[in-house]
Every structure is written in structure tokens, then in C-alpha cells.
Design a binder for this molecule. Sequence first.
Ligand code: ZN
Length: 326
Amino acid sequence: MTKFAIGIDLGGTYTKLALVDTKGKVSNRTKLSTAAYRTRAGLIAAIVAEVNAVLAKARLSPRKILGVGIGVPGIVDFRRGRVYNLTNVPGWENTPLKGMLEAKLDLPVLVDNDVNLMALGECRFGAGRGAKNLVCITLGTGVGGGIIIDGALYRGSAFSAGEVGHMPLKERGLPCGCGSYGCLERYVGNRYIVDELKGKILRGSPTIIKKLVNNDLSAMTPEIISKAALKGDRLSIDFWNTVGERIGVTLAGIVNLLNPERIIIGGGVADAGEPLFKSIRRTVGERALPVPGKAVKILKAKLGNDAGIIGAAALFFYPETRGRCK
Ligand SMILES: [Zn+2]
């Protein structure tokens, strides 16, 4: 009998929700505008209504539904299902989300950090399939990470493991939003790198990017910068070499520390594709120790926007281990 779980990805802009089966197939997708709900209670009530609507529409016997998994952008006490706080969603400090949802839904609920769940989804159904030790990183406005060791999510002693974006890259670097200095995120976060390149173009560096965006530099994205690099644009090639080196140096540290089989990279900046990945792989090859450096494969995430939903549902597919990927 095929079983299902509901996967929910609560993001700063949208809250996405779907039914996922134990083979990773997603159906009955729906989404809410997170920002449209002014209060935590309002958003929770809307999520409950959506879950009930999806279950009614799918007409599945309750016996086939294993539970509701939800990923949130923040630190979560996974054992108690308690959210400490959320990034970019105000008013969620110390929310007992598991208990609040279980009180309204007749189903078990599990709550975890969104990047942890992306790692779990990729490990079980995406680019990590077949691997037992892997690190997943998301390169977007923020930089996040999830660690899977011996098939299970590694959450750390206060559930905050995997903050790759706040690994120090420079000893006395630029101030970071987290309160520290020189963090990786401050040097490879989407907004920062686009601004950095924009500055170079405005100071007169020759590039075909201006033509590609019709002189509107606000339309510049990682994909467009890659398009220019693939056409041989020197500024764009150098740009990805620099960004890839920053990421690669950090990953070389992770490779030396954890000796993972695979590193999976997702998020908007990863859409830059080969020009970025080539530079990351080269740097890891140069900077990691030879044995773990040769063993690791650096791959692009496969599940795209579905990774969070699939990973949230996957929390229920291995009940004996709660989040093991195999
Ligand atoms: Zn930081």
C-alpha cells in the first residue's frame, strides 16, 4: 500500500504545501502568501485549512497518511517541535509549532529547519541518492547548509548545525548580519555578489552584461552573469572564479573535517551552473587534503523548489530513525 505524508515548506515569501508519496512523487501542490498573514495564529490557521483541503481533495483514507512534516527558515528544537525564531518572519519566537498543529490536525507533526529538510530530500530522492555522508548547501540571499552523517541528519547539540553561511572566511572581514565578521555569506550571498559586480561595471570594467540586460543592471542575475561567462566575457569569467574560490575554500574545510561522499549545492546562485561549479571543484581539488578531496563529488541539487516539501514529508518515511535517509 502506497503511503503519503504532507510536506510543508514555510518560507519568508510563500508557504508551499503538497502531498508526497514514499517514492518522492509530489501531488496536490498548493501555496499561501506567508506575508499576507499578519499574525502567527493567522498563518497557522491558514496552514491547517490548506492541509485539510488537500486531504479532502486527494480522498485518501486516513490510514494512508503518515503525518505532516514542516520545514521553517530558522532554528528548531526538532525533538520538541519548537521554533526558536524565524529569519524574515517576525513574531515566531519560541513557538511550540508541533503542539499547535497537532492540536488542530488529527495527525502527527514533525518540525525541522528548512535546509536540513532540503538535505534530507536531496539525500533520499535527489542528487544524494545512494550516498550516506553528504553536505547540502543552499546559495541564495542567505547561505545555509544541512549535514547527513551515516544516513541521518546531524542536527548538533542545540539543533543549529550546518550554518555553512556563517563559517568565517576572513579573519577581520566585513560585518555580517549575524553579528560576526567575515562570514562566507557576506562574500557569496546573492545580493552581495551582484552588488559587487555592479560596482565593477559602474566603474567602467568592459563587459557584455550591459548588452544582455539592456543597460538595466538591476536585472542582472547569476544566470545572466553565467551566460556572459559562457560567451567568453572576461569580467564574468573572473567573477565566477572569485566567487567559486570563496565557496571552494570553505568547502575544502568541510571536506577535510567531514570527508563527505557528496556535496550538493542548490539555491538561486547555483543556477549559475558550470562557470561557478568548475571554479568550486578546482578550488576544492587544490585546497582539500588529497584523500577526501578526491573522494568527494560536488553536484548541483536536483529537486529544485520541491526539495523542502519532499524532505519535510520524508521525515515520516523512516519512522524508526526520524530523518534517516536510508
Ligand atoms: Zn555571519
